[in-house]
Design a protein around this ligand. Structure first.
Ligand code: SF4
Length: 102
């Protein structure tokens, strides 16, 4: 993997994820419960561990989350173990990612 800005090759990642199809719901199935709690979290593992780069660090220390590209792996709710600050459900039936190659 090519690493850019210490994180990852975002364009390459988006190219690979673009093979899949998404039926995006208007209702978010994952959300950050309290954005101010992210200011207390030194690790912010959601940013490094999400395989779809749905979490982006902000200059003020908070984190922005975009559910639209989620691949429903469940990693973020596991790695946010110190503050348990991620609300997580599966998308409603018929919504979410549709894998093209398994
Ligand atoms: Fe990222 Fe997986 Fe969490 Fe979706 S479930 S936001 S792909 S870590």
């Amino acid at each position: 993997m090519v690493v850019i800005d210490g994180i990852r090759d975002r364009d390459g990642l988006l190219e690979k994820l673009g093979i899949n199809a998404y039926n995006v719901d208007t209702k978010a199935h994952i959300w950050i419960i309290d954005h101010d709690i992210c200011l207390q979290c030194e690790k912010q593992q959601c940013i490094n561990c999400c395989p779809a780069a749905c979490y982006e660090p902000q200059p003020d220390g908070r984190v922005i989350f975009s559910y639209e590209g989620c691949v429903e792996c469940g990693t973020c709710r596991i790695v946010c173990d110190e503050f348990d600050n991620i609300g997580w459900t599966y998308p409603r039936g018929g919504f979410g990612i549709q894998y093209r190659y398994g």
